[in-house]
Design a binder for this molecule. Structure first.
Ligand code: PRP
Ligand code: GLN
Ligand code: MG
Length: 506
């Protein structure tokens, strides 16, 4: 999913960007990077790894400057090579550092255009490097030596017309400041924050509001779909709507799984939406499983905990912790490669056997994607002596690939693809399996902000809000990005490109 952050400050921003990335770590565990501007020069450090492992004191010291951007990556296009870690950089016009959350759906066509028309070479397979070059080209064609806010906004307007898909973007431009914008459907989240200091106002954009909280910025508002934000190096803020027909169709999977519960996205508390999911699913269980003799509700840590507690409340059943999560293991779903994901479930979760012995348990997860977690967890519950193991998913069956920044490029790897509920259950081997209905999921989230009438729900219903995704497209994406990409041993991909990039030397 990726986390992005950008700050125009009155003091060095390196520590604040680092702290913001630490709380956005759940959005991307594969690589991290920070780029700052000082005396019209860029400073960069990026590498594969968690934020805490990528930045050491010596790197932080080098990242001086009052303007900067940061990124933590969960690869959804290209490879997981360190050459595709972000921020990316182009030297013309002015010098632009760039970070992106999302996925372009017309990257294929753009690749050719960028070369033929803009004469720009893209040296990685990343759609983000492509997007950076499109912006750079538009800025270059538009601007004189002394660009004004409207020149930047005109360039973003042209970018919106050219590219399709999901994108929340932040860029730092030498001599100018920070530019950020969000796709016209608002699929990926982006918030604006402000901090008042004696030297003047500082501005920050970030993927989630929790990043503002962490570094002491006040939440101002969500960046509107299609809107662009420009903050000069001096701290002056300009904004403009740069897209025609912008609509707010946020990705519903942010609320199901990706975002932190203490974040607010488009006016919706992620936590409250999860509690509502618990109420809705609890009511469905009451209606449809009146005959099931459930003794206790047990969450599968970590994301499902808020939902599971509310299911227990709704059913009037005890809520108990049956699994302990190893705090040093990250999220399994966003790990690259099925082998790593499979191995990590047992390393990450261990059963408290006394909570299962002789009991009929209802295990709750936020979603079942590939079934990696559910299959192993049910096995663990049985090994711990459970009598019956029922399973509830707070999201409906996931049957369609995601093309907007979640790594589900291939339908065949989804456990619900081509399977009815009983067949899914045959795979995960529960004594009963129940999914949230799609209408209930949408209601659960929209209850918190009634003005949003449509969410991006393609993984559940195949309705892709950008309108440009058909079967042929899905087949192409599937082919281009098979498991081979994400399972390629890192060392191999490293060797190919290591010297071609400004890695911010060790
Ligand atoms: O069906 P699967 O392919 O296994 O994917 C779904 C699981 O992956 C996620 O957990 P993850 O471990 O990534 O993160 P969490 O600790 O936030 O729950 C999600 O919460 C489900 O538990
Ligand atoms: N998950 C994301 O937002 C990924 C951004 C970009 N498509 C990449 O793969 O680097
Ligand atoms: Mg989980």
């Amino acid at each position: 999913m990726c986390g992005i952050v950008g700050i125009v400050g009155k003091e060095p921003v390196n520590q604040s960007i680092y702290d913001a990335l630490i709380v956005l770590q759940h959005r991307g565990q594969d690589a991290a990077g920070i780029m700052t501007i000082e005396n019209n020069m860029f400073n960069l450090r990026k590498a594969n790894g968690l934020v805490r492992d990528v930045f050491h004191t010596r790197h932080m010291k080098r990242l001086s400057g009052n303007v900067g951007i940061g990124h933590c990556r969960y690869p959804t296009a290209g490879s997981s090579s360190s050459a595709e870690a972000q921020p990316f950089y182009v030297n013309s016009p002015f010098g632009i550092a760039f970070a992106h959350n999302g996925n372009l759906t017309n990257a294929h066509e753009l690749q050719d255009e960028v070369f033929r028309i803009a004469r720009r070479h893209i040296n990685t397979t990343s759609d983000s490097e492509l997007l950076l070059n499109i912006i750079a080209h538009e800025l270059q064609s538009n601007a004189s030596m002394n660009i004004q806010p409207n020149d930047i906004f005109d360039a973003v307007e042209k970018v919106h017309k050219k590219i399709r898909g999901a994108y929340a973007v932040v860029a730092a431009v030498i001599g100018y400041g920070m530019v950020a914008f969000r796709d016209p459907h608002g699929i990926r989240p982006l918030v604006l924050g402000k901090r008042q200091t004696e030297k003047g106002d500082e501005y920050m954009v970030a993927s989630e509001s929790v990043a503002l909280d962490a570094v002491g910025f006040q939440f101002v508002r969500d960046v509107a779909p299609g809107e662009a934000i420009y903050v000069t190096e001096e701290g002056e803020l300009f904004t403009r709507q740069c897209a025609e027909n912008a609509v707010c169709n946020p990705c519903i999977f942010e609320f199901v799984y990706f975002a932190r519960p203490d974040s607010f996205i488009d006016g919706i508390s992620v936590y409250a939406s999860r509690v509502n999911m618990g109420t809705k699913l609890g009511e469905k269980i009451k209606r449809e499983w009146a005959d099931k003799d459930i003794d206790v509700v047990i969450p599968i840590p970590e994301t499902s905990m808020d939902v599971a507690l509310q299911i227990a409340n709704t059913l009037g059943l005890p809520y108990r912790q049956g699994f302990v999560k190893n705090r040093y293991i990250g999220r399994t779903f966003i790990m690259p490669g099925q082998t790593m994901r499979r191995k990590s479930v047992r390393r990450k979760l261990n059963a408290i056997s006394s909570e299962f012995k002789g009991k009929n348990v209802l295990l709750v997860d936020d979603s079942i994607v590939r079934g990696t977690t559910s299959e192993q967890i049910i096995e663990m519950a049985r090994e711990s002596g459970a009598n019956k193991v029922y399973f509830a998913s707070a999201a409906p069956e996931i049957r369609f690939p995601n093309v907007y920044g979640i790594d589900m490029p291939s339908a065949v790897e989804l456990i619900a693809y081509g399977r009815e509920i009983e067949q899914i259950n045959d795979c995960i081997k529960a004594d009963g399996l129940i999914f949230q209905d799609i209408d209930d999921l949408v209601d659960a989230v929209s209850l918190e902000n009634k003005s949003i009438t449509k969410f991006e729900t393609s993984v559940f219903d195949g309705d892709y809000v950008t309108g440009d995704v058909d079967q042929a497209y899905l087949e192409r994406v599937d082919k281009a990005r098979g498991e081979s990409v994400s399972t390629t041993p890192r060392i191999q991909t490293e060797l190919t490109n290591l010297e071609m990039h400004n890695m911010g030397t060790d």
